[in-house]
Unconditional design. Structure first.
Length: 733
């Protein structure tokens, strides 16, 4: 692994550690105040600092060093984790993220401190009881004002201990070349020769090397370049490399490897500022608190040594057994290419199936069937690689809810359920923004103030719940709150005011609530910094529909509201069912189908489009009617489909059978097309349109409701005319 890859892994891991730190600070149910949580907090900051030291990221090292000291006092029981400290640590965590971003994308500023760092630093120092000592110091020198740190030296420079092999000169190496090379990478602060005992004069050989070097080196160069400088002598010579802020235990380990008088080497380190007197005493005695490797040691970056650079002996007599839950990182672009290749494989497999059926060769068909089974398994495994848990999104909200609750002076509890439910990675980022708007509205508009909740005989603390689960080949994400609910009458009045509905319209609650997603639509009496301008919910609707999803609203006045988002599991490959309408091919997602039946002979002659299916009246639509085609002359079939709790029938000419299809988007030109979610290429090379089942079900239900209302209105007119004429209404009407 080269240094570029190692840096990329460091930045990725550091951001994950920052996320873990934030989660531990906010999730009191999962991480209650106690030793284990405090160890986790300390371990996170320590790992970030230690790993940053490998790459010489001075600003990140300095700030993480101070955060680490505060967390050490926290886990030692010297300070308490209250809301004030939580808020401060969250701000510090945000600052660490900024330093990480700068280190990755702006190398020229990687060692610079940001202006906002000093106020945070001074607030941290109050917990260290040294604020008065540090107010006049620049951030780069603050660690010197802190009490002796137990685990890492305050020195921000590299410490090199080189003990050359006696054959160094004979092998043609010049020690001065190392010095010149290091000088090109940074500034040599200190160079001191260390002589070993010479041989008696009679046996003295001038070609032997009898000295070593102690070097203090200040550099922002990539650590790999520094390590590589000694690649030619590492096998025979003793090379000790201590990065900035190396753990004191590493200094002790190097002392033992050198095998020289301890006090002499400690004096060398103290003379050049590598160790303070108190740190040297800890190294001499070896009585410093040892942090377990699993607790505090930074995760090693593959290919790099973090402290003493000694040859490593590998036991080749046993093969390492990978532990359960082992992961490897794969570049996202490579994964996307794999999915595309699998999609092409699915299409080629379908084409082979068609060819085998046309030839009528049974042996070939059996072989193709076996290949298709393997292709299907490969497809499922490949799609699983892109599935990630929704907790990657849910973890964004504890911090947001906490800050909004403080801003609005509301008592709010966020509950997360089903965080391990998986969804396609390509949908994660697109889902984050809609959920952000919904959660923010629930906190701001949905939940009442403490006074209002107590007056309504509700618990003082309001609850917002995020839940996710799989249902019928889809992912359902719900946002629930136990607040005041949505005022149906206010929504209706606002819709009338804006001309979105006629006064004589008869709409269900679900249809009325959908007006919330109109641009600029708001029933809020006041406009706050968070919401109330009617901006955002229209974006929610648009983004969810762009993911081929649906959003439903359920609310009961005084009891709360629920927004239910239903999304497809994947946007790449699906199992479909092919049908024909007037010779054209269409594909229905197989998970949305229940069964297929013959169309009753008189169904198309009825005024209402409903069929009696096992005692239930279901609406249906004819694709021929929907697309303006002529009436069918032969038998037709109804495919019964469902989406959530809604069911309907779709009338087609012919049922062809199951097929795996690769979804291809239609493009911006067809973005307003309803009832069609995409296209695909069939095994015979011809195109087919993929039906949007949720939209078709909604269309069938709305049309049937409208038809029923029209009939009811006609019946009322007839009844009124008969009453005026003095004639009673007959039972046949």
């Amino acid at each position: 692994m080269d240094l570029t890859q190692a840096r990329a892994i460091f930045f990725h891991d550091s951001r994950e550690l920052c996320d873990a730190l934030e989660g531990a600070l906010l999730d009191r149910a999962r991480y209650p105040a106690g030793k284990e949580t405090y160890n986790l907090l300390f371990r996170t900051a320590h790992t970030i600092k230690g790993s940053a030291g490998i790459f010489g990221l001075e600003a990140l090292i300095r700030f993480a060093h101070v955060v680490e000291n505060v967390l050490e006092r926290l886990r030692a029981g010297q300070i308490q984790l209250d809301d004030t400290l939580i808020s401060l640590l969250l701000e510090c965590n945000d600052y660490l993220r900024r330093l990480i971003d700068i280190a990755e994308f702006d190398a020229a500023r990687a060692g610079d401190d940001l202006p906002e760092g000093m106020p945070l630093l001074l607030r941290l120092l109050q917990y260290q009881e040294v604020a008065s000592q540090a107010t006049s110091l620049p951030l780069a020198d603050v660690c010197r004002a802190l009490p002796t740190e137990k685990y890492g030296a305050c020195s921000s420079r590299w410490q090199l201990s080189l003990r050359f092999h006696t054959n160094l000169f004979r092998d043609g190496f010049d020690p001065a070349s190392f010095i010149r090379y290091l000088g090109s990478l940074g500034t040599l602060q200190w160079i001191e020769p260390v002589w070993r005992e010479w041989a008696p004069l009679m046996s003295f050989d001038a070609t032997e090397c009898f000295f070593g070097l102690e070097i203090t080196f200040d550099s922002a160069a990539d650590p790999g370049l520094i390590h590589d400088a000694f690649g030619f002598i590492r096998a025979d010579s003793l090379v000790g490399i201590l990065p900035p802020h190396a753990p004191l235990s590493d200094y002790r380990a190097l002392l033992e490897r050198l095998g020289e008088p301890i006090d002499e080497q400690l004096a060398r380190w103290m003379a050049r500022g590598a160790l303070t007197s108190s740190e040297a005493e800890q190294v001499r005695s070896g009585r410093f608190e040892t942090v377990a490797e699993s607790e505090a040691a930074p995760d090693p970056v593959p290919g790099l040594s973090t402290a003493v650079d000694a040859p490593v002996k590998v036991d080749t007599t046993r093969s390492p057994i990978p532990s359960e839950g082992q992961y490897i990182r794969v570049e996202a672009a490579k994964l996307d290419r794999l999915i595309n290749r699998v999609g092409e494989l699915v299409l080629a497999s379908s084409g082979t199936t068609v060819l085998a059926e046309e030839r009528g060769d049974l042996e070939l068909q059996e072989s193709v069937a076996a290949i298709n089974a393997l292709v299907e398994d490969i497809r499922d495994d490949a799609l699983t690689l892109r599935m990630v848990p929704v907790k990657d999104i849910f973890n964004l909200f504890p911090r947001m809810v906490r800050e909004i609750s403080l801003q609005l002076n509301k008592a709010i509890k966020l509950e997360i359920e089903g965080a391990d439910t998986e969804i396609d990675k390509s949908m994660i980022e697109k889902l984050a923004d809609p959920l952000m708007h919904i959660v923010r509205n629930a906190v701001d508009h949905g939940l009442e103030s403490v006074t209002q909740r107590l007056a309504a005989h509700k618990p003082e603390i309001g609850t917002v719940t995020l839940n996710a689960y799989h249902d019928a080949g889809a992912v359902v994400v719900e946002v629930r709150d136990d607040g005041a609910g949505i005022d149906r009458d206010k929504v209706w009045a606002k819709a009338l005011e804006r001309g979105l509905v006629r006064p004589d319209s008869t709409l269900s609650d679900q249809e009325i609530f959908q007006f919330i997603f109109q641009p600029g639509f708001s029933t809020a009496e006041t406009v706050s910094d968070l919401s109330g301008r009617g901006v955002g919910m229209d974006v929610v609707k648009r983004n969810i529909e762009a993911l081929r999803g649906e959003i439903e609203i359920y609310s009961k006045r005084g009891e709360g509201a629920m927004f239910r988002l239903r999304l497809p599991l994947t946007l790449a490959i699906i199992d479909g069912f092919r049908v024909l309408v007037d010779g054209s091919s269409f594909v229905m997602p197989l998970e949305a189908m229940s069964e297929c039946i013959d169309l009753p002979p008189d169904a198309m002659q009825q005024q209402t489009r409903q069929i009696n299916f096992r005692g239930d009246w279901l609406p249906f639509i004819s694709l021929r009617e929907l697309f303006g085609l002529s009436a069918a002359t032969g038998p037709q079939y109804i495919a019964l489909v469902h989406y959530g709790e809604a069911r309907a029938g779709i009338v087609v000419d012919r049922l062809v059978g199951q097929a795996q299809v690769v979804i291809k988007p239609l493009g911006q030109l067809f973005k307003s097309l309803r009832g069609i979610s995409g296209s695909t290429i069939l095994g015979n090379g011809k195109p087919a349109l993929i039906l949007d089942i949720p939209q078709l079900i909604q269309y069938a239900c709305r049309r049937e409701k409208y038809s029923i209302r029209q009939q009811a209105a006609a019946m009322n007119v007839i009844k009124y005319a008969e009453s005026v004429a003095g004639i009673g209404c007959s039972d046949s009407i």
